[in-house]
Design a protein around this ligand. Structure first.
Ligand SMILES: Cc1cc2nc3c(=O)[nH]c(=O)nc-3n(C[C@H](O)[C@H](O)[C@H](O)COP(=O)(O)O)c2cc1C
Length: 340
């Protein structure tokens, strides 16, 4: 298939106004991305935590399954904040009982706390997904120019009108507008008011001429219809796909979602950055997390071991406020159910 060279050309390819929200970690598998694209939506890969070779392999796996469009998402590189031995000692002490309970060695901060964004971006430039999206800030003008030169459409993430205007000025092709109900990390970079999705979409659609991808709490065709009526071009849904057959959601995570007994909370316990997920023992116990990306690196061994041991309470159970409406079925059926 020829590549879409503009946003309208991309839209003309889609049969459903649904973007699979990129989901870094185990949830967003290549099989899920391909299934959403094959169902007429825009499939995606959340590549933020993947080393370059794994990111390349994941993109190629999707390409082997479908020749339809693909979105790849990364986190804008963050200045790595300084941490002191004292703050590290406090943060590791909070995690220690959970390590002991799983017979893990005591938590230690690794030397390397985030992937090399430049190397990840090079993979994107070489593999040329149709769309690239970024969270946690705009990318540099050089990066944007390089993406453009490769014919890759670009999307930034805003949680407010001022972030949307800044992204517009940076030169992106479209904006994901993330309301406060959304699962996973807050995707902006300024103080976040957790605005209602439909209201924020309406405001951003009025304030900028760019296409808007509405994200946050869109779980039904009715929700998607409301977001489109407010001015969105597409609905970016994450939580609606957490129970998809093709998702990599770990068994204890699925179980907690299906049980539906936990509330969602905004927490920095797992990564040091605000994210919405199901309340766990860890979201209650961790009160002094290290700043992102240190805490994310610090909690990784615990999360990995917890998944193997079937212990939901040490996992980051990212989910939006609408998670009880998620359907455990095939991704194609979920796309159809979200389509007005
Ligand atoms: C498990 C999970 C992982 C996520 N990972 C990412 C990510 O890597 N990059 C990103 O831009 N957004 C990520 N998000 C946020 C989504 O892009 C989107 O804003 C959110 O899923 C929309 O709200 P909803 O979950 O209510 O559908 C993630 C969301 C979830 C639920």
């Amino acid at each position: 298939m020829t590549r879409p060279r503009s946003w309208p050309e991309l839209l003309a390819r889609l049969r459903a106004p649904v973007v699979l929200a990129p989901m870094a970690g185990d949830v967003g598998t290549p099989a899920l991305a391909a299934a959403v694209t094959r169902a007429g939506g825009l499939g995606s890969l959340g590549g933020a935590y993947l080393p370059p070779q794994a990111l390349r392999a994941a993109i190629r796996e999707v390409r082997a399954l479908t020749d339809g469009p693909l979105l790849v998402n990364l986190f804008a590189p963050q200045p790595v904040p300084a941490v002191t031995p004292d703050t590290v000692a406090v943060a590791t002490a909070e995690l220690r009982p959970f390590h002991d309970a799983l017979s893990l060695p005591p938590p230690t901060l690794p030397d390397r706390v985030q992937e090399d964004f430049g190397a990840q971006l090079n993979v994107v430039l070489e593999e040329r997904p149709e769309v690239f999206s970024v969270a946690f800030g705009p990318v540099t003008p050089d990066a944007l120019a390089a993406l453009r030169a490769r014919g890759i459409l670009t999307v930034g993430t805003a949680t407010s009108v001022s972030e949307a205007l800044a992204l517009h000025d940076s030169g992106v092709d479209a904006i994901t507008v993330q309301g406060g109900a959304a699962g996973g990390h807050r995707g902006g970079w300024q103080e976040d008011a957790l605005a209602g999705t439909v209201t924020l979409v309406r405001e951003v659609a009025r304030a900028t001429p760019l296409p808007v991808l509405a994200a946050g709490g869109l779980m039904t065709a009715g929700h998607v219809r409301a977001a489109l009526a407010a001015g969105a071009t597409l609905a970016q849904c994450g939580t609606a796909f957490l129970l998809a057959d093709e998702a990599g959601t770990a068994a204890p995570y699925r179980h907690a979602l299906l049980e539906g007994t936990r509330d969602t909370v905004l927490t920095r316990a797992y990564s040091g950055r605000a994210a919405r997920g199901l309340r766990t023992i860890l979201t209650d116990a961790v009160t002094h997390p290290l700043p992102f990306p240190h805490q994310n690196a610090l909690t990784r061994p615990l999360r990995t071991a917890g998944a193997h041991a079937g212990q939901a309470d040490v996992l980051s159970l990212w989910a939006g406020t609408g998670y009880r409406q998620a359907q455990a079925t095939g991704a194609a059926q979920i796309v159809a159910g979200l389509t007005p």
